[in-house]
Design a protein around this ligand. Structure first.
Ligand code: TEU
Ligand code: CA
Length: 544
């Protein structure tokens, strides 16, 4: 099968509010992104993914859309977006945007109409059920842990929302609603976008309202809207549009298992190009990142999609803490080990802004510095349980999405060069050492390692196309695997812990491996050896 362009590509995720501010209002914007395109070109990435920049009251930082066709003035104008697209294209960069169609903002004109009366023409764009203030239609919970229903006094019914009450879910059973959405998708593809990241796409279909939640089963409280049967018809409609334009689509599809993912992402018959899985974001009982669990999940996804289907590969995004803080020791060495371990897997790597610098979690000194609504609630909850302010702040923010949303660290000038004004989120204290300027000046930096990994995927079909095979080492915090195509193999061995670990490589045929220089000290392969903490090695061999 002919290689698709995104199979050699690396995606760079931009969180617009925190990337680069051009007008001193403390918030990143589209002109700021345009200004930094040469930097992204130097890194070597192929695709930019922008988190939502559509019109929005910003209750969920843009994931609450009030008009799909216009741009939030905070980010700039439609003309700015057009200029960003054109400049990106002229540099050989593609641009994809978020497509948020599970829900809208409660300020969207459709919802404002819908809530007016039961016979309003827009009523069935959303999900309504008879209710009373103290009796909701069922006991389903939103992702925030509260009821998935909000009672609306005006029509004495409740509407359904799996996220915030200000983000009512759309009713995909309505043919008119679906047609409006499909039209909107065509508008953006005609505009020239190269694809979409499909937000929360596996939740479009809901079970019947009398569905009983089995708390002991896999998806627990969220089972009634996780990849529910019937979603296939909507996905097939979407696929038809995406295929007409030949665009790249990456679905945030929790609830789609690694066994189902090959069918979802099959090159011909799949609904979308690739899937963002959620399973590897695991914690140990003491609330640290579970490194062994992360490796086990990534391995399983690699194995289950080894012959058919395609993975999106990521360690960070705007919803989770920085990988090296949550799963490591926060050092640059740790960041390099994680970079190598995931960048050489089969799939399309995604880099979240600042990941290429080894940006770390922030320090929250007071509750005012929290942005996330659910973290604010968690903090209050801990205070009410009697915890001290300091401990509550530490515990509540440990896994907060806020860490990822701290401003990008460009240089060592005030506010890390992100803004000349007052940044909307506090800049991390470590910006004077961890920043773009410093990384560019150091040829052994993490930035330059990412540059090489991106380039390797461009040039080498073993990396882009090869099969995946895990290698047993007797250590569950060591990620070791082969990539193989025709007569060429790569061997990747990475210690994702900070400790020296003894490896048992008796399963490995030791002959003929040549180490690929990736800025690390050489290590001679033997059937038993000690691998220092965060050490990484890549070998290659060809058999004629
Ligand atoms: O996140 C969605 C999200 O986190 C769930 O769909 C996820 O599948 C589930 O929690 C896994 O257990 C996206 C965006 O990334 C996030 O920023 C938005 O707040 C959210 O959608 C609502 O649009
Ligand atoms: Ca701005």
């Amino acid at each position: 099968m002919k290689e698709k362009w995104w199979q050699k590509a690396t995606v760079y995720q931009i969180y617009p509010r925190s990337f680069k501010d051009s007008n001193g209002d403390g918030k990143g914007d589209l002109p700021g992104i345009i200004e930094k395109l040469p930097y992204l070109k130097e890194l070597g990435v192929d695709v930019l993914w922008l988190n939502p920049v559509y019109a929005s009251p910003m209750v969920d930082n843009g994931y609450d859309i009030s008009d799909y066709y216009s741009i939030n003035p905070e980010f700039g104008s439609l003309a700015d977006l057009r200029q960003l697209l054109e400049t990106a294209h002229s540099l050989g960069l593609k641009l994809i945007m978020d497509l948020v169609v599970n829900h809208t903002s409660d300020q969207h004109p459709w919802f404002k109409e819908a809530r007016k009366s039961k016979d309003n023409p827009y009523r069935d764009y959303y999900l309504w059920q008879p209710a009373s203030p103290d009796r909701m239609p069922n006991n389903w919970k939103s992702f925030q842990g509260t009821s998935a229903w909000t009672y609306d006094e005006r029509t004495k019914e409740a509407y359904f929302h799996i996220f915030d009450a200000k983000q009512p879910d759309l009713n995909w059973k309505s043919p008119r609603l679906r047609e409006e959405i499909y039209q909107m998708i065509r508008y953006w593809l005609d505009f020239g976008l190269d694809g979409f990241r499909l937000d929360a796409i596996s939740h479009l279909q809901k079970e019947a309202w009398d569905f009983k939640i089995q708390f002991w089963e896999g998806d627990g409280p969220w089972a009634p809207f996780m990849n529910v049967s019937g979603i296939e018809a909507y996905m097939a409609d979407l696929k038809e549009i995406f295929d007409q334009y030949g665009v790249m689509t990456v679905g945030e599809a929790s609830g789609v298992s690694s066994k189902q993912a090959p069918a979802w992402t099959d090159e011909k018959t799949g609904f979308i190009s690739m899937i963002i899985e959620w399973e590897h974001n695991r914690r140990t009982p003491d609330n640290q990142g579970d490194v062994a669990g992360l490796i086990a999940v990534l391995k399983r996804w690699q194995e289950d999609l080894s012959e058919r289907g395609w993975n999106a590969l990521y360690l960070e995004n705007h919803d989770i803490p920085r990988i090296i803080s949550a799963f490591g020791d926060g050092s640059q060495g740790c960041a390099k080990a994680f970079a190598v371990a995931y960048s050489l897997l089969r799939g399309t790597p995604f880099i979240f802004q600042g990941q290429e610098l080894g940006m770390t979690n922030g320090q929250f000194e007071s509750a005012d510095e929290i942005d996330s609504n659910s973290i604010k609630l968690a903090y209050q909850d801990l205070l009410e349980k009697g915890m001290s302010e300091e401990d509550a702040l530490t515990q509540a923010t440990q896994w907060s999405r806020d860490h990822a949303r701290l401003p990008m660290q460009w240089d060592c000038s005030p506010n890390a060069g992100f803004t000349t004004g007052q940044p909307w989120m506090k800049v991390n204290d470590n910006y004077k050492t961890i920043n773009v300027q410093a990384q560019l000046a150091d040829k052994d930096s993490l930035f330059h390692l990412y540059q090489r990994l991106i380039e390797l995927r461009h040039q080498d079909t073993v990396v882009s196309q090869g099969t995946f095979q895990a290698l047993e080492t007797g250590q569950d915090k060591v990620f070791a695997y082969h990539r193989h195509l025709h007569d060429v193999s790569y061997l990747v061995i990475v210690n994702l812990s900070g400790e020296d670990l003894g490896l048992d490589l008796s399963d490995l045929d030791l002959a003929d491996w040549q180490e690929v220089a990736l800025f690390n000290r050489p290590l001679l392969l033997k059937s038993e050896l000690t691998l220092p903490g965060y050490d990484y090695h890549v070998y290659c061999r060809s058999k004629n």
